[in-house]
Write a protein that binds this ligand. Structure first.
Ligand code: UD1
Length: 418
């Protein structure tokens, strides 16, 4: 079993290029099915979630080429409408193939998805919206069998919560539905806007109408396109957290500052200087000791992202002050807390609330990553801790971070995989 070995408390200084966004590329790859043509997608991160998604596309009959960070998907000859359980269970986002297969070939047979365990992650909003579009969905023993011989019919859908996945699934499902579909209370994450831009560049007609409403005019067919994915805002926040615990000075290239608008003030209040001279880069200069004395509430975008909660919490453990985290999106997103305690952190959890009393020093520990962003938190803690940290459970890191060790090593960290 491989482990990351970190010798902590070394100052990080230098430049890191931020990868393409994991949460953009996954729905966009699924949506490429709907084009039934060749799509060339740039800035694709090389991570295991992408590799698994490409396996699903190949299984369905697509021809896939991966050259450095460009992926080419040709979906002209789709031969199947079903995805085996073993591929579906690799990640939660595979549910997006439901809308994509319906839109592409008119039917789908898939099992319920896997992914990070962040408490119960139902798909009721996906199912309800797809049924409103006229999709027949039969479920038995965890297998969803779906279809509609006459195609989907545009309608008016209101989501009870701005779910990222449900918004994406419904957008992809309705691009070729007859007539007009209106989706209210959509999630507004940058990755959703990226999916919309990709689909529109393939010939879809999707428009924002006021706050949180999308109007989709169904089109008969989409066409191939060439598209570049946005940068990964959570990878950027992870490296910012790493800088903050190491008295670091990092220049992060390929960052869209607006996408982390709710996070930047948190770092500034902690005493970090954030500079952004050029359009797509951000420099973070950390103080000798960060000060963290605030409440962080995770919220749908543009609020503080739930995916940034774990790495920022790791940073707050080594800061002066007391901070409170309120996790409003997922019910079970504090699995990293038990592991952070092993470094000597002082954290108490009560339901959705975690209270962190900053400590003067963290000490290297043997820990296990249990989910993707929790894994990032352990790396941040290891970089800030004195002595040796050993992290296992690396498959979680590999799901979402491209070149994490190399990037950190290139700016002065002592980190290696054994
Ligand atoms: C996506 C992101 C994930 C991020 C999350 C919230 C991807 C691949 N993953 O996950 O990194 O943490 O958004 O920003 O983009 N819910 C329901 N019923 C549904 C759908 C969702 O109750 O039908 C609940 C979920 O259980 C959760 C909340 O809504 O409590 C948010 O989920 P959602 O926004 O759908 O997140 P994901 O799309 O799973």
């Amino acid at each position: 079993m491989s482990k990351l070995i970190i010798e902590g408390a070394r100052r990080l200084k230098g430049e890191i290029n931020i990868q393409g966004a994991k949460n953009s590329i996954l729905p966009i790859l699924a949506a490429s099915l709907v084009t039934r043509a060749e799509c060339v997608i740039h800035n694709c991160p090389i991570i295991s979630d992408v590799k698994n998604t490409l396996k699903i596309l190949e299984h369905l009959g697509c021809v896939v080429k991966f050259q450095e960070n460009t992926v080419i998907v040709n979906s002209e000859n789709i031969t199947k409408n079903s995805i085996p359980n073993v591929l579906m269970r690799e990640m939660r986002s595979s549910i997006i193939f439901l809308g994509a297969l319906i839109s592409s070939v008119g039917s789908a047979e898939i099992s319920l998805p896997g992914g990070c365990e962040l408490g119960p992650r139902p798909i009721d909003m996906h199912i309800e919206g797809l049924r409103q579009l006229g999709l027949r969905i039969d479920e038995s023993h965890g297998i969803l069998e779906c279809g509609n011989e006459d195609g989907l019919e545009g309608c008016n859908i209101s989501l009870s919560f701005p779910s990222v996945g449900a918004t994406e699934n419904l957008i992809i499902a309705s691009v070729k539905a007859r007539g007009t579909t209106v989706i209210n209370n959509i999630a507004k994450e940058p990755e959703i806007m990226d999916l919309i831009a990709f689909l529109n560049s393939s010939g879809a007609k999707i428009e924002s109408q006021g706050e949180g409403t999308l109007v989709i005019e169904g089109v008969k067919a989409l066409h191939g396109t060439e598209y570049t994915i946005i940068p990964d805002r959570i990878a950027a926040v992870t490296y910012m957290s790493a800088a903050a615990v190491t008295v670091g000075d990092l220049l992060l290239k390929n960052v869209v500052k607006e996408h982390i608008g709710a996070v930047i003030p948190v770092f500034e209040e902690a005493g970090c200087t954030i500079e952004s001279d050029t359009e797509n880069s951000l420099r973070i200069i950390a103080p000798t000791r960060p000060y963290f004395n605030r409440i962080v509430r995770t919220m749908p975008y543009p609020g503080f992202p739930t995916d940034a909660q774990a790495p920022v919490m790791a940073m707050s453990c080594l800061a002066d002050g007391t901070s409170v985290f309120v996790e409003n999106i997922f019910t079970n997103r504090y699995k990293h807390v038990g592991e952070l305690l092993r470094f000597g952190a002082d954290i108490k959890v009560e339901g959705r609330v975690a209270i962190v009393e900053g400590v003067k020093r963290l000490f290297g520990a043997e820990v296990t990553a249990m989910d993707l962003r929790g894994a990032a938190a352990l790396v941040v803690a290891g970089l800030g801790a004195e002595g040796t940290t050993k992290i296992s459970g690396l498959s979680h890191i590999d799901r979402g971070y491209e070149n994490l060790e190399n990037n950190l090593e290139s700016v002065g960290a002592s980190i290696k995989r054994v």
